[in-house]
Design a protein around this ligand. Structure first.
Ligand SMILES: Cc1cc2nc3c(=O)[nH]c(=O)nc-3n(C[C@H](O)[C@H](O)[C@H](O)COP(=O)(O)OP(=O)(O)OC[C@H]3O[C@@H](n4cnc5c(N)ncnc54)[C@H](O)[C@@H]3O)c2cc1C
Ligand code: FES
Length: 266
């Protein structure tokens, strides 16, 4: 397994939207092997209260550098947002499985809620590199929290926006736009890739099951070890019509087929 535990320093850590930051650091081994959907486990500080690392998806790779796009949620991300250039962090990765992009969907539809769009950027780059028509549905609470629109448009992704308060784009949820797109019935062979809050993913799974569209979701369960040992991250997965097994998001995931997840108990 090509996983590396690297001590590195922050190159930049800039605010890109309300409560959201983009952190750049040099991790050449991780950059070399990172695949769409994979994540890193970051030791922010060994100071009191932050013994556990925190997981973040690899947002972009540029030569020897990687970036992560993150939202301030609690103490760890708050401390991280205050760290400046040259501050040291310890980064383990790349971890987890990857999105399956072998079947060349037409189009690929990326559904990102909040910071969930971070998990779809490397995938978008890979899809556009093979000329797959790609649509991005980006949801945010409001305009000031909107992420990644320019980054996606720059690589040729057609972006649709939804905000909870209607400050920009569709007034409502990204799942409304997804339903409209699938209703139009003029898509050749769509595949959906989604990441975001659990409720959004469950809603996406319900919609795409109805339209019988293959869907992969990146789950963001809370994590402890991220190495498959502590079982802190498990989610219920159907292994046949009746039987459910708990699988580890850190090793069997984070990407799952939406139809495999037992959403009713997850
Ligand atoms: C594989 C994976 C990839 C991720 N990628 C990204 C990313 O690219 N960008 C990003 O912004 N976030 C991402 N996350 C979520 C991120 O790891 C958490 O937001 C972060 O660990 C919170 O740390 P904290 O110390 O700030 O909050 P804590 O102090 O640990 O938690 C504060 C509160 O938030 C809740 N919480 C913490 N983590 C989660 C979670 N994962 N899901 C639901 N509730 C949670 C806690 O229950 C608590 O109530 C990812 C998570 C996983 C598992
Ligand atoms: S986080 Fe420990 S098993 Fe997944």
């Amino acid at each position: 397994m090509n996983t590396f535990d690297t001590h590195t320093t922050i190159i930049s850590n800039e605010k890109v939207a309300e409560d959201h930051y983009l952190l750049r650091c040099e991790c050449s081994d991780i950059a070399k092997f990172a695949r769409p959907g994979q994540f890193i486990h970051v030791m922010i500080s060994q100071g009191a209260g932050l013994l556990l690392r925190r997981p973040f998806t690899i947002y972009t790779v540029n030569g020897r550098e990687i970036t992560m796009l993150y939202q301030i949620i609690g103490e760890g991300t708050k401390q991280l947002s205050k760290m400046r250039r040259e501050a040291s962090i310890q980064v383990l990765g790349p971890l987890g499985n990857t999105f399956d992009i072998a079947k060349n969907p037409e189009p690929a539809i990326l559904v990102g809620g909040g910071a969930g769009i971070a998990s779809l950027m490397l995938l978008a780059v890979a899809l556009r590199a093979q000329d797959t028509p790609t649509i991005g549905l980006i949801g945010a609470q409001h305009q000031d929290r909107l992420l990644s629109v320019d980054d996606l448009e720059e690589i040729g992704v057609k972006v649709h926006i939804a905000t909870d308060d209607g400050s920009v784009g569709h007034h409502g949820f990204v799942t409304d736009i997804l339903t409209d797109l699938l209703h139009k019935n003029d898509l050749h062979q769509p595949t959906i890739y989604a990441c975001g809050p659990h409720g959004m993913l469950a809603a996406v799974a319900k919609i795409t099951e109805k339209f019988e569209v293959p869907t992969q979701v990146a789950m963001e369960n809370r994590m402890g070890c991220a190495m498959g040992v502590c079982l802190g991250c498990v989610c219920p997965v159907y292994i046949d019509d009746k039987r459910i097994e708990y699988q580890r998001v850190c090793t069997e995931g984070p990407v799952f087929n939406a139809s495999d997840i037992a959403w009713e108990i997850s």
